[in-house]
Design a protein around this ligand. Structure first.
Ligand code: FES
Length: 155
């Protein structure tokens, strides 16, 4: 989506949903849902549409890790880094996943096939270490699970 089209999307949403500081989070969610990420070049348009400063928008955009500022890979693998999963071997799983998938935590593989990201507790603490694979929870991540995940993201 080009910048002009993205601006039309933003301004149309604000006409329907209203403007002001309390609309910033929903607007950012909408942009991410529609475009896949929130490019930095959209910050001025978002700020203008909501009558906020660019610094306001940039601050919120960079504070919340769920907002994506670059395109994600075709598949998104999120590994839980919260306490219970860490106690169940999460760090080793993360290292093995990075190796198996060929991408470092927080990065998208060069071929654009997979993005590896942290997530902080999925509410499945008793059966960790856990992951979200394209939004689907997967528990008890072990070597066999990583093989299945690697096969899924190769498709
Ligand atoms: S700590 Fe990982 S699911 Fe709760």
């Amino acid at each position: 989506m080009g910048l002009d089209e993205a601006k039309r999307l933003i301004n149309g949403w604000v006409r329907r949903e209203g403007s002001g500081r309390d609309r910033l989070l929903p607007l950012l969610h909408m942009v991410q849902d529609e475009i896949g990420y929130i490019d930095d070049t959209l910050v001025p348009a978002i700020a203008a549409a909501l009558n906020l400063s660019r610094a306001d928008v940039h601050g919120v955009l960079t504070f919340y890790h769920d907002y994506r500022r670059q395109p994600a890979g075709r598949h998104i693998v999120k590994l839980c880094r919260a306490e219970s999963c860490q106690a169940r071997g999460g760090a080793a799983v993360e290292a093995a996943a990075a190796e198996r998938l060929g991408v470092a935590m927080g990065e998208t593989r060069r071929d654009g096939q997979v993005t590896l990201e942290p997530v902080y507790c999925l509410g499945l603490c008793a059966i960790g270490p856990n992951a979200l694979i394209n939004g689907r929870p997967v528990a008890r991540i072990d070597s066999a699970a990583l093989d299945r995940i690697a096969a899924e993201v190769a498709a």
